[in-house]
Design a protein around this ligand. Structure first.
Ligand SMILES: *[C@@H]1O[C@H](CO)[C@@H](O)[C@H](O)[C@H]1NC(C)=O
Ligand SMILES: *[C@@H]1O[C@H](CO)[C@@H](O)[C@H](O)[C@H]1NC(C)=O
Ligand SMILES: *[C@@H]1O[C@H](CO)[C@@H](O)[C@H](O)[C@H]1NC(C)=O
Ligand SMILES: *[C@@H]1O[C@H](CO)[C@@H](O)[C@H](O)[C@H]1NC(C)=O
Ligand SMILES: *[C@@H]1O[C@H](CO)[C@@H](O)[C@H](O)[C@H]1NC(C)=O
Length: 775
């Protein structure tokens, strides 16, 4: 997503909130509810790793913080510190007695001796900050302001509490959007392991804990919101402008008027949202919204999706004592939103349209409203039950498997190794030195016995970084960058993995979180991440908040040398390859080839070949993922089996279909792989046909892909010809597929199956298919 010229039609349908049953917001509710209790160690097995006695503080507090921002100017770099402990380094009071606002803000804002992070002068990618919040209570009296590339992390063993003072001066406790960046260009921010407590603020005030007007590669995770029962408070809102992020997950709300209230934005996956006594659990607009594995109790409305404009999908969720579970707009209205309700337990009114209940009680299979393609034709379903079975390898207790990002909170400091402090195996993470040899030795040496911490910095790898079985790797979020470089990755016809998780057939554990993957140079033979390993159980192999950036940031020749023809900038072969023997859980991943320069204004005419190639068979989970601006395809399923996706977002390169003579597979035509599209369905000179596929699904089985948007930002006269091509599949199901500016939503080996006219015309100029059933 870029930050300008997004001219999407945008209108919110005003749905009338259905009447609620008797008020259940009796006093004493907060006291008896356990949903917000602080959590201690989870009973997970880590193979041969033994959890030490989880004695606070959290390991992150005391591990050596010898990271850096590798690509800051030399004068700033020496005085810049990535890790900040708000108590030890900034004197924030954590007893709840003294106002901590100023100290917390200083911890967030402090930059180098010459510039504050607030100034924007330190760049977008070059001012990473990890703001660590030890346990305790922090009294806050004015809005805390985040800046780009900040992550706030509390002690997960005893969640710190941000307590709003009764005299709070403004209406939001924490604002996520850096004022230096438009919300659509506001990447890289996060917050996790914190309780927001608004119970001292007057209940009648229009008050929000968190404003999260940010875009991709951001995270909110493991937060709790404690609001007065019956109050007008909101947990998370986005009051700033239009924006585009992917996922919000593992959140608990208690009391208040809204848990989440999003009046702006494009898409979200909401995973594992719990609300207790919150009047409206989630109220949201957006083109496509997924709510999964969520639990709403004592609410007027669990999910108010009456402003969702293309598709709303609800999976594996529960309502107890809920007036209306899903509130939707009339399908004829401005929203025309498609609905997919699957595996929902709710004893009462499950779907209400306007004021009219249209679905009561539990839903076992899929209840679908909208166009459904099945048996070779599209039929509009006004609300019909289907009973399409879910692939068993994807399920745990009947639900799609999900897993919270591991915090390793059960482990003491002695279980961790800082990759920059291993005797005899120097690793620099300085953006210059090739660290691959010693990183590989360290990973091998400690596989199965230690968790490896990569402090902030750019780790150049001139050879494949090999992640063996038994690896758990944690970075400093937006600060820790693995960056490929060198001849090994130069041959477009012989791609080599930059990061390789196991070898074909390996079974074991490999978990990676809070890492950035990029390249320091133009590397046509660089396959950025290849996963070969499977676990013995779901989640053994997993990626959480592993993000990509190809070009667009300091420290890469892709940023500086790609101002000319795209043919001179075959930046990478592709981003992600899930090979046949792999089984991985992936949550929150943005596969971005830069369409603009984050750290300046250099032109970024980049042709990276491919997004995700998925050949995996044993169980794959893709939750909150996106692939943007790749030349040949974004998601390519080939002989894949047992794949679940919850939210997929794709965008074609902005130059395709606009600049002359950029017809795909150009500029990759000389180096196509057997799994690549040939574009033989397109005339040689057909500009709008020769553009990246958004999805290719060939010879695959048991795919369940929920809530996608495929976007082509080419404006008049343009619409891209094709979005998704399918061929030879069995039991492939897509639910909630939404396209922007495409002639054809689905083609079968290049022949039209579902033209845009067969979708419903939703808001955001989207054409939407509620269900696609093949085989
Ligand atoms: C870094 O130095 C260059 C060259 O002196 C200058 O143009 C640039 O503005 C500096 N960047 C920052 C973030 O200060
Ligand atoms: C609450 O405040 C927000 C942000 O200022 C505003 O957009 C919204 O309309 C307000 N809501 C009410 C009910 O006043
Ligand atoms: C859901 O999120 C809550 C809050 O972070 C967490 O305690 C719980 O373990 C999560 N549940 C699952 C199944 O991940
Ligand atoms: C494509 O080529 C055909 C045959 O040469 C020609 O008739 C047509 O006008 C061309 N179309 C475009 C868009 O250039
Ligand atoms: C699908 O689109 C074709 C081509 O416009 C049209 O003839 C057909 O009636 C449409 N079918 C449905 C169900 O919309």
């Amino acid at each position: 997503m870029r930050f300008c010229s997004i001219s999407v039609a945008f209108a919110i349908a005003i749905g009338s909130v259905a009447g609620s049953p008797a008020s259940f917001f009796n006093s004493g509710y907060l006291a008896r509810d356990a949903g917000i209790e602080q959590r201690h160690g989870k009973a997970e097995s880590y193979g041969p790793l033994k959890a030490s006695k989880a004695t606070p503080p959290y390991w992150l507090e005391n591990i050596a913080h010898n990271g850096e921002s590798s690509h800051l100017n030399a004068s700033d770099k020496t005085s810049y510190t990535v890790f900040r402990n708000v108590v030890k380094d900034f004197g924030a009071d954590n007893t709840g007695k003294k106002d901590a606002t100023a100290a917390l803000q200083r911890a967030i804002s402090t930059g180098s001796t010459t510039a504050d992070r607030a100034s924007g002068r330190l760049g977008h990618t070059t001012q990473p900050a990890v703001v660590y919040i030890p346990s305790g209570t922090y009294l806050i009296s004015a809005t805390l302001q985040l800046y780009v590339s900040t992550i706030v992390i509390g002690d997960p063993n005893n969640l710190p509490v941000f307590k709003a003072a009764s005299s709070f001066s403004s209406n939001v406790m924490l604002n996520g959007q850096d004022p230096n960046h438009p919300s659509l260009g506001m990447f890289y921010a996060g917050i996790r392991n914190v309780v927001f407590d608004t119970t001292s603020v007057a209940p009648g005030r229009n008050f929000s804990a968190l404003d999260w007007t940010v875009s991709q590669a951001t995270q909110v995770n493991n937060l709790a919101f404690k609001m007065p029962v019956g109050s007008a408070h909101t947990g998370i809102t986005c009051q700033n402008t239009f924006y585009s992020n992917l996922i919000l997950n593992d959140l608990v709300f208690e009391g208040g008027a809204y848990g989440i209230n999003f009046p702006n934005g494009i898409q979200w996956a909401f995973k594992n949202i719990t609300t207790r006594g919150t009047k409206v659990g989630i109220k949201t607009v957006g083109a496509h919204v997924l709510v999964q594995a969520s639990d709403f109790r004592d609410a007027d409305v669990a999910i108010d999706g009456s402003g969702v404009q293309a598709s709303l999908t609800v999976l594996d969720s529960v309502g107890v004592n809920v007036g209306t579970f899903v509130l939707a707009a009339d399908a004829k209205g401005v929203s025309r939103n498609n609905l997919i309700i699957e595996n929902v337990k709710n004893p009462g009114r499950t779907v209400v349209v306007g004021l009219m209940p249209v679905l009561l009680g539990d839903v076992v299979g899929q209840w679908i409203r909208g166009p459904v393609f099945a048996d070779g034709k599209t039929t509009y379903q006004p609300g019909k039950l289907f009973n399409s079975a879910r692939p068993a390898p994807l399920l745990v207790n009947g639900k799609y498997f999900t897993m919270q990002q591991p915090s390793y909170q059960e482990f003491g400091l002695e279980s961790f190794v800082n990759v920059k402090t291993v005797e005899g195996l120097a690793v620099k993470g300085d953006g210059v030195t090739d660290d691959s040899k010693n990183i590989n030795k360290i990973l091998k040496q400690y596989a199965g016995s230690k968790i490896i911490y990569f402090p902030s910095g750019t780790y150049i790898v001139a050879n494949t970084m090999i992640i063996p079985s038994g690896s758990r790797i944690v970075g400093d979020s937006y600060g820790t960058v693995i960056s490929g470089s060198g001849k090994v990755f130069s041959d477009a016809k012989k791609p080599v993995a930059m990061v390789k998780v196991g070898n074909a057939g390996d079974v074991g554990v490999a978990q990676l979180s809070d890492l950035f993957l990029t390249t320091a140079d133009i590397l046509p033979g660089c396959k950025v991440l290849e996963v070969n390993m499977a676990g013995t159980k779901p989640g053994d192999v997993g990626l959480w908040n592993v993000q990509y950036r190809i070009g667009g940031g300091m420290g890469s020749k892709v940023r500086t040398n790609c101002g000319g023809s795209q043919a001179d900038c075959l930046a990478v072969w592709g981003l992600l390859h899930l090979t046949p023997s792999s089984s991985a859980y992936i949550e929150n991943m943005w596969g971005w080839t830069a369409d603009h320069d984050l750290d300046g204004s250099l032109p970024q005419n980049i042709a990276s070949g491919r997004g995700a190639l998925i050949e995996a068979k044993k169980g794959t989970w893709l939750l909150g993922t996106s692939m943007e601006h790749h030349v040949l395809y974004h998601y390519n399923f080939q002989n894949a089996e047992n794949v679940y996706a919850g939210l997929q977002q794709t965008e074609t390169p902005y130059w395709q279909g606009v600049q002359p003579n950029t017809l795909a597979p150009w500029p990759w035509a000389d180096a196509l792989a057997p799994t690549d599209p040939m574009f033989k369905n397109c005339a040689a000179n057909n500009t709008y046909c020769r553009m990246a596929w958004m999805e290719i699904i060939y010879n695959s089985k048991d795919l369940v892909l929920y809530s996608a948007s495929d976007l082509a930002y080419i404006f008049s006269p343009g619409t891209q010809t094709n979005a998704i091509d399918v061929k030879g599949n069995q039991r492939v199901r897509l639910y909630g597929t939404n396209t922007l500016h495409f002639q054809n939503i689905f083609t079968g080996d290049g022949q039209v199956l579902v033209p845009k006219q067969n979708g419903s015309a939703g808001g955001f100029e989207m054409d939407s298919v509620a269900g696609y059933f093949e085989g």
